[in-house]
Design a binder for this molecule. Sequence first.
Ligand SMILES: [Zn+2]
Ligand SMILES: [Zn+2]
Length: 218
Amino acid sequence: MLRSTGESPLCSFGHIATHAELLRTFHGQESAIIPFRMGYGRTELLRMGVYICSHLTEEERLAAWCGGHLDCVTVLAGLGLPIAAPDHPHLRFRRGQRGAAARWRADAPLARVHWSGPRTRVPSLEATKRSARKGGLPDRLRMPWREALRQAMTTCLTYAESGELLAAMCDDGFAAEDLAHAITVAPRRVYVALLRLGAIPQDVQRIASEALEREHHS
Ligand SMILES: [Zn+2]
Ligand SMILES: [Zn+2]
């Protein structure tokens, strides 16, 4: 989902920011926040004290509204990976996130919700702003793709779908590091099946087995 930064003053904040976060960023100067609140159609008040970019999709709005993040197959499909977009968005909440659960039950009962604690976190506001300054595409509405992949391969993709996805990533020229990560989160039997087929490049195999070894010892 490529977008230029600067569509709204909130894009460099990952498309969402609370009043408190903005105040912290601008050292408590209320006047500095006015452009974020009155974004001339480019920003909106999502709910009391939370601002979002107006360009958000329905799914992004839903995640923001519930206080969770888009996750799993929803994130992977949005990246153009060969995965069918699910009928209902997959969302991630932190365990025990009560407000989010209440809003989800009231407003999005059809969303598929995951409660697991992430290994790779959504970037903080500070990290998002650093990345925006370097021309990155910050996003605080969805889980990082590596984390979304782990979730999908653990819970929502069948072995066959995980295998097809991994094979497609190998064909698609993904960086070896990224492929190796995909292997470390894939079900073991999927990895072994692809190895037997000779579908995993040698350098990727090496990085993946080192990573698996580290994980085994940690
Ligand atoms: Zn934005
Ligand atoms: Zn899922």
